[in-house]
Design a protein around this ligand. Structure first.
Ligand SMILES: [Zn+2]
Length: 314
């Protein structure tokens, strides 16, 4: 996912508490400074990032799912190594760094990028320059980021993999697997060996229509294949960190795969009956998928993704 809306009102309430917001407002009644102070406060509520803006969920000893703004992260900390998977946006980097230091140790041994999208690699330069991380990603991620002249050179991956890669961290080891035509052409999933924990990046949007980046080597079939491959290595106890959404299970992940297969079947049926894409959008999918729509990939965008994918695969 590339964009993420933030509810600043909720954030303000979170920072100050609803009742203290009320007290603040009533104390300021009639005060000529009130307007200015509220305006400054409103500005402060929009921009600042605090360490507590990154929350952690403990999955095992030294293994955490981290959430802030943008793609979910994983932190794996052992006696000898601290490894971060994904780095959200540049504006989150300091807060992420503070959380990494609190849960693991610095310097950061590795930052692993699941793929090249901005909400997963924005903190790359900070992690390498300030926290000392070696950045590891698929070769196609390096190629796409290097081609982007706006992307800071300090944030480019310096180690790449092409298919599979193993990382020995002492108490834990990681296995990285590449899926060549899924969400993009450079997606990797990261398993913590023997712990039944996997970070699947944007190969998973929980109970939402997924973003399949057809312009960057993604395909619907490749995405489904990747899900099936992860599921083949998973069981009912596997903890799955999705790119977007809450921590999930294999049963949850199956819902996404089945939605993709069923809605694609619908598209194929419409296509075989001679409908054009605008008619498909106007007709709409089955009511049962209504809740999968969200601000970035609504039903129309999902139908057009399926249609464009169908056209490209012919
Ligand atoms: Zn993405």
């Amino acid at each position: 996912m590339l964009f993420f809306n933030y509810n600043y009102q909720l954030k303000a309430a979170f920072l100050f508490g609803d009742s203290s917001m009320q007290r603040m407002k009533s104390r300021m009644n009639g005060n000529r400074w009130a307007v200015a102070i509220v305006a400054v406060a409103a500005l402060l509520m929009v921009k600042p990032i605090f360490a507590q803006d990154v929350s952690e969920t403990r999955l095992a000893d030294g293994i955490f799912m981290l959430e802030g703004q943008g793609g979910n992260m994983m932190l794996v900390a052992t006696e000898s190594h601290t490894v971060l998977v994904d780095a959200q946006f540049a504006r989150m980097a300091e807060a992420i760094g503070a959380k990494v230091e609190a849960l693991g140790s610095l310097p950061l041994s590795y930052l692993i990028n699941t793929h090249f999208h901005g909400d997963h690699v924005g903190g790359n330069a900070y992690m390498s320059e300030t926290l000392g991380a070696t950045i590891l990603a698929h070769a196609n991620v390096l190629k796409r980021l290097a081609d982007d002249t706006d992307f800071p050179r300090e944030g480019l991956p310096t180690e790449t993999l092409t298919d599979r890669h193993a990382l020995d961290l002492g108490e834990y080891s990681l296995t990285l697997k590449h899926y060549p035509t899924a969400h993009t052409d450079g997606d990797i999933v990261i398993w913590v060996d023997g712990q039944n924990i996997v970070h699947v990046g944007d190969l998973y949007f929980v109970d939402r229509f997924p973003f399949v980046d057809l312009n960057s080597g993604g395909t619907v079939q490749g995405y489904i294949d990747a899900i099936n491959s992860v599921l083949a290595d998973a069981d009912e106890h596997t903890q799955i960190i999705p790119g977007h959404g809450p921590l999930a299970t294999a049963t949850d992940y199956i819902r996404l795969r089945d939605m993709m297969i069923e809605t694609r079947e619908q598209l194929r049926a419409w296509h075989a009956a001679g409908a054009d894409v605008d008619t498909m959008v106007a007709t709409g999918l089955d009511e049962k998928w209504a809740e999968w729509t969200w601000n970035f990939i609504n039903e129309e965008r999902w139908i057009r993704t399926l249609f464009n994918d169908l056209q490209a695969s012919h």
